[in-house]
Design a protein around this ligand. Sequence first.
Ligand code: KG4
Length: 332
Amino acid sequence: MLVLGVESSCDETSVAIVRDGKEVLSNVILTQIDIHKKFGGVVPEVASRHHVYNVSMVFKEAFAKANVKEEDIDLVAVTEGPGLIGSLLVGINAAKTFAYIYNKPIIGVNHLAGHIYANQIEHEMEFPLIALLVSGGNTELVYMKDHFDFEIIGETLDDAVGEAYDKVARVLNLSYPGGPEVDKRAALGKDTYKLPRVMLNHDDYNFSFSGLKSAVINLVHNLHQRNEEVDVNNMCASFQSSVIDVLVNKTLKAVNEYNAKMLVVAGGVSANKGLKNALEKVVPCKLSIPSIKYCTDNAAMIAACGYYQYKKTHQTRALDINGSSTMELKSL
Ligand code: KG4
């Protein structure tokens, strides 16, 4: 089954063609990072305009790279939400137009499920599993007994972990997006600044990263006011140690309590090397972390997720499918 995946929920325009949920024939990603860099973050209106400029070109390249014809596609899978509504709508309308012209069935895919199913491209999920979903907009621990059976057992009460990374990077004058930059600097530094481990010992699976982010911002401002230098590498290492301590501790607890056969890590922050190293040392079950190209937003994960979703539900959607900026991860 050839699935055409379309993803435009934030600042990446991506189109992919994937066979049977595993064989990625093409995965074209046009990122707008350089455009948003000068603003220090994604500007939604600018993002949706660039999706409009780019989307036809990305479709064409995905077909050229995969060397398949439009008529060969069996199913169109498009990110329905959550995300920036103006951005989502560009991908959704492009996907609907394609489905209409070529008379193909279409389904909507949850972006967060897409991140989880990025793992299924290279590995085989084993249930029950725990998914640690860590991205720019979400931080969740999800228990899955089977395909598309999602139980959110914990989540952030404020900032998402990727968001905290981006804000800490900004106060340290590191470039956007902050996650990869902080990760690189952290590897060069030491955990010397004593930062809090928020909710580490709480008896639940929830997280909070806004206090940690504020602790870094206040510390940097205090040091500036006292004309003292900030050791950026050590600050990154201290921040990352705190994040990793909390994420790893709570994830490990969930893996043990739910007798998980596998831990899958999903979302942009799954590209974090410090997190990967820490998990590899302690996780008692199988660990799946996608290759970097499937960690951040991409359409291959949407096509793969769409394939397994269709296999489970055999349901397609009408062409009135619409975007949902706040769509939740729900079982099917
Ligand atoms: O999943 P994603 O591409 O977009 C969302 O759906 O949110 O995640 C983007 C987030 C950004 O906050 C970015 O800073 C973070 O993932 N990120 C990282 C790393 N690479 C990307 N955070 C920590 N370490 C990284 N290596």
